[in-house]
Design a protein around this ligand. Structure first.
Ligand SMILES: [Zn+2]
Length: 308
């Protein structure tokens, strides 16, 4: 009854030679073995029963990056009817495999819970290690917020389209793959970095910025379904592509100068999506790549091996 050993991250190697923000943290080489605790459910509710997973392990098995902005892939116990991480229900495939992840601001502990067909629950606590985010303190007042009515009239439909694309749940199994770099180049911005203005935190950087130069093609890091392809550039994101990898996991790619895919299209890992540009709000040509699992914002670097 053991959880798999977590993979080493090798993040320090990634950025050798890049003129970037210093390496903030290295993820732990390994994690403790998680000791699941089985409990008797007090009142097994009669359930509208989805098919339970067939034979499987006696407890949750998983591996991944057990840290803020990280993720796990694993297998639910045999006989599982439903499973969740905290309050978030997990999508289980036919063999009970699942994906789950930890928001940038996730607390230190999380719990996987499986409800079995016989009414029992199996619980597996997880320790989520904190990250040392790159926080910059600025001795200036934060710019006054608030957007003009005219801007919000344009913005709201864009936000709605992004929400719809982020929550579209395709049947893609790209979530099962090891991701590849969509493009390689100088890292010009890291996920999670944040400015604090006289004690008042601004919003943190929600993606990984890669700046190989204008016009360089970028590709799908994993299989998926295109749920948004903004041929009319959005006000902040410019030409934006959103790819759903299934199981609640999705990627957004911002600021492209050109895009090659259309909504509803299935893409495979390595397929060309577009060209690096500076459309929308961007100070120079780069790819801003952000990953979400349901509402959790994740660190793309934790999905990647060293930059090739
Ligand atoms: Zn960015």
């Amino acid at each position: 009854m053991i959880a798999f050993r977590a993979m080493a991250v090798g993040a320090a190697v990634l950025l050798a030679g890049c003129a970037v923000v210093p390496q903030v943290e290295q993820a732990p080489e390994s994690v403790e073995v998680v000791q699941p605790v089985a409990t008797q459910a007090p009142a097994p509710a009669p359930a509208p029963t989805p098919t339970p997973t067939p034979t499987g392990p006696g407890t949750f098995l998983f591996n991944g990056e057990l840290t803020q902005g990280g993720w796990i892939r694993g297998q639910a116990p045999g006989g599982t009817v439903t499973a969740r991480l905290g309050d978030q229900e997990l999508a289980l495939d036919d063999e009970g495999r699942f994906f789950a992840a930890f928001d940038r601001d996730a607390g230190g502990s999380a719990e996987l819970v499986a409800r079995l067909e016989d009414g029992r629950e199996i619980r597996s606590p997880i320790t989520v290690s904190p990250r040392a985010w790159d926080i910059e303190h600025i001795n200036a007042a934060r710019r006054p917020g608030g957007s003009s009515e005219a801007f919000m009239r344009r913005r709201q439909p864009e936000l709605d389209a992004i929400w719809d694309a982020r929550t579209a749940n395709s049947d893609s199994d790209g979530w099962q793959q090891d991701f590849i770099w969509p493009v390689t180049g100088r890292i010009s911005g890291r996920f999670g970095s944040q400015r604090v203005y006289r004690g008042e935190p601004g919003s943190y950087h929600s993606g990984l910025d890669i700046a190989p130069g204008a016009g360089v093609p970028f590709v799908a890091p994993a299989d998926g379904v295109v749920t948004l392809a903004a041929y009319d550039p959005f006000s902040l994101e410019g030409h934006l592509i959103i790819i759903d990898h299934g199981a609640g996991l999705n990627s957004a790619f911002l600021h492209a100068s050109q895009i090659f895919v259309t909504e509803g299209q299935r893409v495979e890992q390595g397929d060309r999506l577009g060209l690096i540009g500076a459309t929308g709000r961007a100070t120079g040509p780069h790819l801003h790549w952000s990953i979400k699992w349901h509402l959790a914002r994740l660190d793309p670097l934790l999905f990647l091996g060293p930059m090739p």
